[in-house]
Design a protein around this ligand. Structure first.
Ligand code: BES
Ligand code: MN
Ligand code: ZN
Length: 494
């Protein structure tokens, strides 16, 4: 089976700044707030066309309304944004998605997009978010489609709100490499489990490391055994695809940040098998590892002044005669024993080894991404990730980064009671608590493996790692966490 080599690069939309005097040629999209005159912020030369378009009966500038006018080879489309007061980053994202859909359906190859004069579009972070969303506007995962939609390359010119030219010009240096990192993470996470085995993930990481000049190491099953990494080994022992731990390293200056990502290439639940409904979505259980690789992709391109380390525990959780089973007691890298009560609580087991290794190497900060619990999806839906950290400064930094990147992140507690609930009967710990507070007990379990390290955070991305959807409106990987981590690392090093 062959993965289309450059699927990700082809899928990025080319984005540039509009030239000062860009005239009404080709297709121009101009947003209009409800009951406001869009001509007010448009260049003098466009006014007549804007007037014609906005006088169309029924057009008020309500959200999702559109009207257009054409003259001498140019088309001006007015897009309603609804009331100015109700507009925010979410509405902006929804509008950009609608607009990109419209351009795709109309097979447009070139357009000028004017951005609304609104706080949601102002400043460096807003500029980065907007340009990145546009760059990702044609992303699709289609290496296995026999009949691919014909590729209409899209080139966009963007006209920032007045006075924001510098923000947008600077963001042009960040958004495209960041978008490429997101697309890379999505391609990996979308890859099906028969292709994306632990070995294949290792190969993708190795290729990235070679291309970007990263240090690369891998611990195979024999080395995991000799180093006492019983968590990763146990989770992977029921699969025909042996588990492994990939370690990446990059950079010579700045703070040392360890990124850990859960890489379960498929999670059947193992002997504690999952129901059939939506089990196919468990190919996304490697999303944390994909996010870490996406961050390496972006950070190496941006050449940020940070020293990055990446830890990817990779395994497939399968039911088999050789599988680990409930009642098994295994020993993790830091020496703690864990009694297995549910083989579907596998993520925390392989993360235990990876976190203990990361902590042993004494970085300044550890941030770990994992599709860890259904309970976190129950709490926050697909809208945002759960953040757990004992370090208020680190938590504040990650929340600020999420705000800047436009991804939702919500802090949840690491109360000591949750840690108590994870104490084992015949082992030091057990791998599953009771029914309640499942996202927090999982986080409390992980806390047992970072030792004395305080600057540590767990991000449960079980919800936002995938776009919910069924049938025609298919579910897909989002690359959640790549923008957040890059914003965090930029702030850390500035
Ligand atoms: N990979 C799942 C968590 C998950 C669920 C991710 C739904 C995305 C969507 C994880 O390995 C798991 O199965 N967790 C169990 C833990 C339980 C057995 C303690 C869960 O959340 O049900
Ligand atoms: Mn599981
Ligand atoms: Zn899992």
């Amino acid at each position: 089976m062959v993965q289309k080599e450059n699927a990700r690069m082809n899928s990025l939309v080319e984005v540039r700044m509009a030239h000062q005097g860009d005239s009404l040629e080709g297709l121009t999209i101009l947003p209009a707030f409800e009951a406001e005159d869009p001509a007010a912020t448009a260049p003098e030369a466009w006014r007549a066309s804007v007037e014609v378009a906005r006088r169309r009966p029924g057009f008020r500038g309500a959200e999702k309304q559109r009207t257009e006018t054409s003259a001498a080879g140019s088309v001006l489309v007015l897009h309603g944004l609804g009331p100015r007061m109700a507009f925010d980053d979410r509405k902006l994202a929804a509008w950009l998605a609608r607009l990109l859909d419209e351009l795709r359906l109309a097979e447009v190859e070139e357009a000028l997009i004017c951005l609304p004069d609104h706080p949601a579009c102002r400043g460096a972070a807003a500029a980065e978010r907007t340009l990145r969303r546009l760059a990702l506007g044609r992303y699709s995962y289609d290496p296995f489609k026999s009949e691919r939609e014909p590729a209409f390359p899209l080139r966009l010119a963007v006209r920032p709100p007045a006075g924001e030219e510098d923000s947008y010009r600077q963001a042009l240096a960040v958004a495209p490499p960041l978008a490429a990192g997101v697309a890379f993470a999505r391609d990996l996470a979308n890859s099906p489990a028969n292709l994306a085995t632990p070995e294949w993930m290792e190969e993708q990481a190795r290729t990235l490391a070679r291309e970007r000049g990263c240090g690369f190491e891998v611990l195979d099953a024999a080395e995991l055994a000799s180093r006492g990494m019983g968590g990763i080994l146990s989770v992977g022992q029921g699969s025909a695809q042996p588990p492994r731990l990939v370690r990446l390293e990059w950079g010579h200056r700045g703070p040392v940040v360890a990124l850990v990502g859960k890489g379960v290439t498929f999670d059947t639940g193992g002997i504690s098998i999952k129901p059939a409904q939506n089990m196919e979505d468990m190919k996304f259980d490697k999303s944390g590892a994909c996010t870490v690789l996406g961050v390496f992709h972006a950070v190496t391109a941006l050449d940020l002044p940070v020293r990055l380390r990446g830890y990817l525990p990779l395994a497939e959780n399968m039911p088999d005669g050789a599988s680990y089973r409930p009642s098994d007691i295994l020993r993790c890298y830091n020496g703690k024993t864990v009694e297995v009560v549910n083989t579907d609580a596998e993520g925390r087991l392989l993360l235990a080894d990876a976190l203990a290794l990361a902590a042993e190497e004494k970085p300044d900060t550890i941030v770990e991404f994992s599709t860890l619990t259904g309970a976190c999806v129950v709490a926050l839906g697909f809208h945002g990730a759960g953040l757990f950290s004992p370090d208020d400064t680190l938590a504040a930094g990650l929340l600020a980064a999420a705000e800047a990147s436009g991804e939702r992140l919500w802090r949840l507690p690491l109360w000591p009671e949750f840690g108590e609930e994870m104490k084992g009967n015949h082992g030091d710990l057990k791998n599953s608590g009771g029914r309640w507070g499942g996202a927090a007990t999982a986080a409390a379990f992980l806390a047992h493996f970072v030792g004395e390290h305080r600057s540590w955070a767990h991000v449960d991305i079980a919800g936002p790692a995938q776009e919910p959807g069924e049938g025609a409106k298919a579910s897909g990987a989002t690359g959640y966490g790549v923008p957040l981590a890059v914003h965090f690392l930029r702030a850390l090093s500035s």
